[in-house]
Design a protein. Structure first.
Length: 228
């Protein structure tokens, strides 16, 4: 008798290419969309197993070796097979995303290495960072009380020099900021800002901002940002 616990197809590397072609050639935004689709389907399939009261490892036969009559064995085997299949796709996709990010940050590092030596700025205060400063590309217009933005220390009037991997050269009308936020829910994003403290003095700060949806308000940040 065949192993009834085994999925309909064997576990292993994905046997088909990604639906939209080679994932290595997709943009970060396209990779993120594909990741969300895979996660959504895996969640649905997990719900199917839950509805039968089984997991990926629950026995499908009785103690005397016969298929259980209290569950839909065929559907469970098919669902398990699909989950294994998608998890392999998901693993490959995450490897591609990680490589994409490494290459992106490496290109930023190469640019910084080629930049002129940093200049000390006078009037730096508190936990200010003496370095070559990028030109601001956005400004914080408003911050909601109790939001992730307020918790990070953002204030209205702050000028954003960089937001994670996003800067003036690549923000694309702030679209890349939105992508960065969506792709980093629950993870800290380094935000470099410039804050006016006197008419002729500014404070350069690095803040850790963590986008999240459960803070009690709209959006993942709780602030309004405008392009400069």
């Amino acid at each position: 008798m065949d192993n009834i616990h085994a999925p309909t197809v064997l576990a292993g590397p994905s046997s088909r290419p990604f639906a939209n072609g080679d994932a290595k050639h997709l943009s970060f935004a396209e990779l993120q969309v594909k990741k969300e689709h895979l996660e959504a389907e895996l969640k649905v399939l997990g719900g199917i197993l839950d509805s039968h009261g089984v997991t990926m490892d629950t026995p499908l036969i009785t103690g005397d070796g016969f298929p259980r009559a209290d569950i839909d064995v065929a559907q469970i085997r098919t669902t398990r097979s699909r989950i294994i299949y998608l998890k392999n796709d998901y693993k490959d996709l995450m490897t591609t995303i990680e490589k994409h990010l490494h290459e992106h940050f490496a290109s930023i590092q190469d640019t910084e290495d080629a930049a002129p030596a940093p200049t000390q700025l006078s009037g730096m205060l508190g936990d200010s960072i003496p370095e070559t400063l990028e030109e601001p590309f956005a400004k914080v217009n408003s911050v909601v009380a109790g939001s992730p933005a307020e918790s990070a220390g953002l204030k209205p009037g702050d000028e954003i020099r960089s937001f994670g991997y996003v800067n003036k050269a690549n923000h694309d009308g702030l679209k890349k900021v939105a992508e960065c936020v969506q792709g980093n829910q629950g993870q800290r994003i380094l935000v470099k800002i410039s804050r006016r403290i006197e008419s002729s003095r500014r404070q350069e700060l690095q803040l850790n901002l963590t986008p999240r949806s459960n803070w009690g308000g709209r959006g993942l940040l709780g602030c309004h940002i405008l392009p400069l």
